[in-house]
Design a protein around this ligand. Structure first.
Ligand code: SAM
Length: 237
């Protein structure tokens, strides 16, 4: 079947041919994207999120204001552990992740953060593009565990991909991000990953994220970094 032929009579086509013609979507709607199989994860995230390197170096500098010797620093959804490994601190470093990117080293713990997890005596907690992958109904418990486990004066640094509350900004930011990704990925790779992510990534809107943080008790909250829909927030208990 030649899709470019405008003279196709749709009544002569099978359902399968109609689907190919009008939708061209994968037949099996299961996400192929997995953090377990992604090659060279650190390079991939660097190419996917604009200014990700600046984000990480900003997090490292801000963190110095919060380290308290002997307390705990947590990275929730730490992937390869690169952020924790790059910190110079006398705090105990603890990283959680469910994917097999996790280093087989002391302090790195395999855990599904949709479930209850241990977090206590924390001077700093990071959640860097992780909560967007949790079930929306687990998120209150996730944030509550973080708030309760943080010491007074401790900081929570959370980065998330968010939906803009204003539709025009949402459109501009999404498509400007695709423009950026075209520097590193083909259009087919971009659209295919977007399709895969539909099943596993559920961003909150900007206002939902703010009210979830306030809902568990954070009041000192500010944005320290933003590129299009990717946002970095610091909240102090
Ligand atoms: C976009 S990556 C960000 C990783 C890391 N924070 C970074 O900046 O490189 C999201 C991370 O969240 C982890 N993740 C997703 N769902 C999770 C879950 N239910 N429990 C624990 N980790 C999860 C993934 O395995 C992945 O490492």
């Amino acid at each position: 079947m030649n899709k470019k032929n405008n003279l196709i009579d749709p009544t002569t086509l099978t359902q399968e041919e109609l689907d190919d013609l009008y939708y061209d979507i994968p037949k099996n709607p299961i996400s192929k994207f997995s953090f377990n199989t992604i090659e060279n994860f650190d390079d991939h995230i660097n190419k996917s999120i604009p200014n990700y390197d600046i984000l990480l170096s900003s997090i490292r500098s801000m963190s110095e204001y919060f380290f308290v010797e002997g307390t705990n620093v947590y990275d929730l959804g730490c992937s390869t552990g690169k952020l924790l490994k790059s910190l110079y601190t006398k705090c105990n470093k603890i990283g959680y992740d469910v994917a097999n990117l996790l280093p087989q080293e002391e302090g790195f713990i395999n855990a599904d953060l949709n479930n209850d997890f241990d977090l206590c005596d924390a001077s700093l907690v990071y959640s860097i593009f992780t909560m967007q992958f949790l079930n929306p109904y687990s998120r209150h418990n996730y944030l509550r565990t973080i708030y309760d486990g943080l010491n007074k004066g401790g900081a929570f640094i959370i980065c998330e991909k968010v939906y803009q509350d204003n539709g025009k900004f949402q459109e501009i930011f999404s498509f400007s991000h695709y423009d950026y990704k075209l520097n590193n990925f083909s259009s087919d790779e971009i659209i295919s990953k977007e399709r895969d992510l539909r099943y596993i990534m559920k961003p909150s809107s900007e206002s939902e994220l703010d009210s979830m943080l306030r809902g568990v008790g954070f009041h000192n909250i500010t944005t320290f970094w933003q590129m299009f829909n990717f946002k970095g927030i610091i909240a102090i208990k």
